[in-house]
Design a protein around this ligand. Structure first.
Ligand code: ADP
Ligand code: ASP
Ligand code: MG
Length: 468
């Protein structure tokens, strides 16, 4: 498809009837010039509400379940009535109620079972995106742009890792050819749900929190789009999270690798896996602000002319440091490390940073706190014998830590940079617990005490003069 533009609208860009109207204007302007497909997130906070509802259902709290359901219904009914002309409302309202009915059935199932099977959760949370896609498509149609809401479960094919699925690109391309191409050829604008997909045999999955960015890049890749625009609530990718660092500045351009490292190390503005599907074709991405249409945004491309050296600082607060230390020096530490990593992989826990000391043969790794219990369970099973016989010391878990990462192409070339960064952090009286610099030269990752994390981020931003 020539000149195809894929755009993704995040939760705040879908957050109300007004926001949907703005998104509609953006679509209208682009659709005049070329074929457009869009990917939408659930309205802001709706995914949290859905997940909370399932937890309430699991706990058997019927009153809370009903209260949440009526909140869900009200938010969408009000938006529908504010957004659509009266004559178009009844048909859309009846579809809204039917989608909410799907959610209610799953939530009641969870309540009966007293547990939340991952696959039911995935089917249920995709309801947020199904509702926003329905409203957005109806709105576009009402303003004269032929549009159709598409559930990504019928397009994005994934593996069966519920809650954090990985797309299978070839079958997804085939589905996109049969489901989306004919619409685009006919001048219809597909409004595809972000966040979700389904296994090859049709079991619903999701791509992880914040996954709509990833959905958009998957679709841009399989549809051979010329550009991907990601609409959010900040002016682009910034030198730090503006909520933490008021002086953060917008980066006009970053490389794929820089954006990926930033996302991976906690910059919520992009889902960590967004860039991967685009690498092969080098499809450029723009991160743009739907609240500030005149801002140019950030261009993310395979290569850019931007200066080398530190470009941005990110942080992650919800992490934990797990230390593994052999008690017996005879133990082969490399084997211990490889088995530990295998145990973490089996638990689907991601290692965010890993450092080791060659003398004591001990090592520690950083993982997300919500993956901690399954990670330690898996480690304890793997090393049950070594722990029982005292060859390994009991694992130490430190949850009072945070990760800070400084990202930029060619950082190793900047002499003395690491030294200045460490000095700046210690001048704030923040303890550095571990340091990991990848061989990519792109990122210096530093684990600090949790209560010093924000201070450290601001100090690094300042010493690297990122805001200028
Ligand atoms: P959306 O709902 O559009 O996907 P998100 O809330 O997921 O939006 O991501 C946008 C938010 O990411 C911003 O509001 C900002 O607070 C946060 N953020 C964190 N780090 C950065 C950064 N380096 N640059 C820009 N925004 C960032
Ligand atoms: N709605 C999903 C979430 O909140 C996906 C997304 O918004 O990208 O995680
Ligand atoms: Mg997001």
């Amino acid at each position: 498809m020539q000149q195809l533009l894929v755009m993704k609208f995040g939760g705040t860009s879908m957050g109300s009837a007004d926001r949907m109207r703005t998104a509609g204007q953006i679509c209208a302007e682009q659709h005049k010039q070329r074929p457009v497909a869009i990917v939408v997130s659930a309205m802001s906070k709706v995914t949290d509400l859905l997940l909370d509802t399932l937890r309430k259902a699991e706990a058997g709290d019927s009153a809370a379940l009903e209260a949440n359901l009526s909140q869900l219904e009200q938010r969408h009914v009000i938006t529908c009535c504010e957004l659509l002309p009266t004559d178009r409302q009844p048909a859309v309202l009846s579809q809204l109620h039917s989608i909410i009915g799907d959610f209610r059935r799953i939530a009641q199932g969870v309540q009966m079972l007293g547990e939340r099977p991952p696959r039911s959760v995935d089917e249920a949370v995709a309801v947020g995106e199904r509702l926003s896609a329905l409203l957005m498509a109806a709105h576009l149609d009402a303003v004269g742009i032929p549009a159709k809401a598409i559930n990504a479960a019928s397009v994005v094919v994934t593996d069966a890792v519920f809650g954090n699925a990985t797309p299978l690109m070839d079958p997804t391309r085939e589905k996109a050819d049969t489901v989306l191409h004919p619409l685009l050829e006919a001048g219809t604008l597909p409004v595809v749900t972000g966040f979700n997909g389904a296994t090859i045999d049709g079991r619903p999955t999701t791509l992880g929190r914040g996954g709509s960015d990833f959905s958009a890049s998957i679709l841009a890749a399989v549809l051979d789009a010329t550009d991907l625009w990601i609409w959010t609530d900040v002016d682009g990718i910034m030198t730090a999270d503006p909520r933490l660092v008021p002086g953060a500045a917008v980066l006009p351009e970053v490389t794929y690798s820089e954006a990926a490292e930033l996302a991976y190390n906690g910059a919520k503005v992009l889902h960590p896996r967004t860039l991967a599907p685009l690498v092969e074709k080098g499809i450029p991405v723009w991160s743009k602000n739907s609240f500030n249409l005149s801002a140019p945004g950030t261009r993310i491309a395979p290569r850019v002319d931007a200066p080398q050296g530190p470009r941005a600082v990110t942080s992650m607060a919800n992490v934990a440091l797990v230390s593994v230390a052999p008690a017996d020096p005879e133990l082969n530490a490399v084997q211990v490390m490889s088995r530990a990593l295998a145990a973490l992989a089996a638990a689907n826990a991601e290692v965010l940073a890993l450092t080791s000391s060659s003398y004591r043969q001990s090592f520690c790794f950083l993982i997300r706190r919500d993956e901690l219990s399954r990670a330690t369970e898996s480690l304890e099973t793997t090393f049950a014998l070594e722990l029982a016989h005292g060859y390994l010391k009991p694992f130490e878990v430190d949850e009072n830590v945070g990760l800070l990462a400084i990202v930029g192409e060619g950082m190793r070339g900047t002499t003395g940079m690491a030294g200045r960064i460490f000095t700046a952090i210690s001048q704030e009286d923040v303890n550095i617990i571990a340091i990991a610099q990848g061989s990519s030269e792109l990122t210096i990752a530093i684990v600090v005490r949790r209560d010093g994390l924000e201070k450290a981020v601001r100090a690094v931003h300042e010493v690297c003069q990122l805001g200028q």
